[in-house]
Design a protein around this ligand. Structure first.
Ligand code: ZN
Length: 289
């Protein structure tokens, strides 16, 4: 079976071909332009590939209600050219294939559950910390949607008393994303993450916010594993700092052996940078079945 996958991001699109075992056979990426130009690029890539189905993990917010007339549309994004754009409808028109559709982070959570660091688990979270912060969730074996879909990256977190940065989320100011995503780091410290590698305080503060959010998520959803990906997590020394912060906040209240061996509980993606793309293959496989 040949499967197509699209990781539709606000800054770049990743398109790929894979098989039913999550193997990536071909992969390209290109910057996200306005919708017409971007989809022409997508169509050109997939046109001759003879794939059986396509999966799409999209940036959002998106409409995931299959009975809604705007199912598969991007909704209230600050990227104006994409606001209310019917992504799924447009792809169906151009490619006429079975298409599975979900958020980018739900796709990554699914990919990690099928073939990555969450293999075999019926409950896990995938959090990306990059240009934004998003969290995908598998709960009781299923991707979590609910009213719209969760937007856990925008939760409120307690402010570090010495941090005077106002936050830069256009909707909430100092929500988690506004305080801890890549652009917030750059704005607060005046340099991009990789140039701040040597500055301990940057990563201590980052771990403070991410640890707080992860402790909240453990208390709310009780996931069996938490996978952290995205550009900011390339600074791998964050992992032990976040684990420590999370345990400090929970303070022994959540009793589980998983939290005793927290190195195997809060982990990097098993699929590396292909979590989203492989998750899109898993969505394609489900759409085809
Ligand atoms: Zn926000």
């Amino acid at each position: 079976m040949l499967l197509g996958g699209i990781e539709a991001g606000g800054t770049k699109f990743v398109c790929g071909i894979g098989d039913e075992n999550g193997r990536v056979l071909e992969r390209i990426s290109f910057p996200t332009k306005e919708p017409g130009e971007t989809l022409a690029h997508v169509e050109a890539f997939f046109k001759e590939k003879k794939i059986d189905a396509l999966g799409v993990g999209s940036f959002g917010p998106v409409d995931l209600n299959p009975s809604s007339p705007t199912y598969g549309s991007i909704t209230s994004t600050p990227k104006l050219a994409w606001r209310d754009f019917p992504l799924l409808k447009e792809l169906k028109k151009r490619l006429s294939l079975p298409i599975g559709f979900d958020t980018d982070v739900n796709a990554a959570a699914l990919g990690e559950r099928e073939w990555g660091a969450g293999r075999g688990l019926d409950s896990l979270l995938y959090m990306t910390v990059g240009t934004g912060i998003g969290v995908g969730a598998v709960v009781e074996g299923k991707l979590l949607h609910g009213l719209v879909h969760p937007e856990m990256g925008h939760m409120q977190v307690r402010r570090l008393p010495e941090d005077s940065f106002p936050g830069n989320c256009p909707y909430h100011g100092d929500c988690l994303e506004g305080m801890a995503a890549g652009p917030a780091l750059e704005k607060r410290w005046g340099k991009k993450g990789p140039e701040l590698s040597e500055v301990d305080r940057v990563w201590e503060w980052e771990a403070y916010y991410l640890g707080a959010a992860i402790a909240n998520l453990i208390l709310i959803l009780s996931p069996k594993r938490i996978i952290l990906g995205g550009g900011v997590m390339k600074e791998t020394r964050l992992f032990p700092m976040i684990r420590e912060r999370t345990r400090f906040i929970l303070n022994g209240y959540v009793a589980s052996p998983a939290l005793e061996s927290i190195d195997h509980y809060i982990v990097p993606p098993g699929l590396g940078d292909n979590a989203g793309l492989c998750g899109a293959f898993a969505l394609a496989k489900a759409a085809q079945a």
